[in-house]
Structures are given as structure tokens and as C-alpha cells.
Design a protein around this ligand. Structure first.
Ligand SMILES: N[C@@H](CCC(=O)N[C@@H](CS)C(=O)NCC(=O)O)C(=O)O
Length: 210
């Protein structure tokens, strides 16, 4: 068996989630190693420049340390669903910047001095309102099928929705809710959220993405 790319991952991390979604869509088989964030494997720390998951280690020793770069790398090998066929128009940057910033302050206001959870929720919702308008016209952000942007963004919208499920359930945003609901009930999401024991050196490889 040729050396497979090794994906260091953490199940609940939205960045790792988007990387796993892209691996599944690309059918590039990887060896998945579940990392415990509170007790990271020394072999992971020895090669990871940032100490963050996800990280993809290629057979030639190349390290890909950013989730978006991992998505783009696996999809560059094979992109049968054409996730790379549209320009995301800055949507991912807005998600990873202002939306993530508001999400963190909405979810964990006590961790940020002076954070106003309600104000941050409103800022996040303003971004979702932009998606709401688009999704009134198409099932996904850029048309009838998912693109890189949908799959890079949805794990963060999932977190936003789960901060206050009661508020979310009463929210009148049918298109965003339908978009998120379809994602959460998809076989792809289920496959991306499989549970694996914490990896330790010497464990038999866990194949993922085939
Ligand atoms: N920009 C990075 C961010 C990744 C990131 O922040 N991952 C978090 C988990 S969700 C992490 O590993 N944090 C390090 C830690 O908690 O020690 C990416 O897109 O891959």
C-alpha cells in the first residue's frame, strides 16, 4: 500500500470538519488520526507548525496546516462534485473573519473582555441574512449543488445555530435553516462525523475518504 496522506483531525472542530468533508468529496483516501486538543500527540506537535487541527501530512513530508488549503489540495487531486468550479467571491473570508469573530463572542462572551453576546449574534445574523437572500433563489450559495464555500461555511453556521437552540428554532430564516438542515441530515455530514478513538503512535491505520 502506498503511503497515504495523514489527516490529523478533531471531531468537533469546524475547521477539521470542513477538511473531512472535502476529503470525502474528493475520495482521496487518507489515514485519519484523531487528536485530543487538551493532550496533543507528541508526534503531531513535532511536525505541526501551528499545533492546530486539521493538518495534512503528505507522503513526501509536506505539511498542509490550514483547513482551506487541505480542502483545495484534496479537491485538486479529484473533484467529482465540482466544488472548485466557482469563485467563492470572498464568502469564506467573511466567514473565517467577521462571522467567526462574532460567533466566538456570542458563544463565549466571558472569554472576551467587553463582549456583548446579543450584539455579536446580530452581527452574525446580518451575514446569514445575506445567505438567506441568495438561498431564496438557489439551493446552495452558488447554484443547485454545493461548492467549496457552502462546505467551508456550514460547520460554522451549525455552531451558530446551536448556541441558543430555542432562539434559532423561532428564527424566521427559512432558506438558511433549510440549507443547514439539509446539510445536517445528509449522508456526507454523517460520514464526516464518525467517531474514532484518540490516535496513538503504533495504532493500526484508520482509512478515511475512500
Ligand atoms: N486557520 C486554521 C484554524 C484551525 C484551528 O484553530 N483549530 C482549532 C480547533 S477548532 C485548534 O486546533 N486549536 C488549537 C488548540 O485548541 O489547542 C485552519 O483553518 O485550519
Amino acid at each position: 500500500m502506498p503511503d497515504l496522506p495523514v489527516l490529523y483531525s478533531f471531531r468537533r472542530c469546524p475547521y477539521a470538519m470542513r477538511a473531512r468533508l472535502a476529503v470525502l468529496a474528493s475520495h482521496v483516501t487518507c489515514e485519519l488520526r484523531e487528536i485530543e486538543l487538551k493532550n496533543k500527540a507528541p508526534e503531531f506537535l513535532a511536525v505541526s507548525p501551528s499545533g492546530t487541527v486539521p493538518m495534512l501530512l503528505l507522503a513526501d513530508g509536506t505539511v498542509i496546516d490550514e483547513s482551506l488549503d487541505i480542502m483545495r489540495w484534496v479537491l485538486a487531486q479529484h473533484d467529482p462534485e465540482h466544488w472548485l468550479s466557482v469563485d467563492d467571491g470572498g464568502f469564506i473570508a467573511r466567514n473565517d473573519g467577521p462571522f467567526k469573530r462574532s460567533l466566538d463572542r456570542y458563544k463565549y462572551p466571558s472569554r472576551f473582555a467587553g463582549a456583548d453576546a446579543h450584539a455579536e449574534r446580530s452581527k452574525g445574523l446580518a451575514i446569514l441574512d445575506d445567505y438567506e437572500q441568495r438561498l431564496a433563489w438557489s439551493r446552495y450559495l452558488f447554484g443547485a449543488s454545493p461548492s467549496l464555500a457552502d462546505m467551508a461555511i456550514l460547520p460554522f453556521v451549525r455552531q451558530f445555530a446551536s448556541v441558543d437552540p430555542q432562539w434559532w428554532s423561532e428564527l424566521d430564516r427559512p432558506h438558511v435553516k433549510g440549507w443547514l438542515g439539509a446539510f445536517l441530515s445528509s449522508g456526507r455530514f454523517e460520514a464526516a462525523m464518525g467517531k474514532y478513538p484518540k490516535w496513538q503512535a503504533g495504532d493500526p491505520p484508520v482509512l478515511f475518504g475512500h
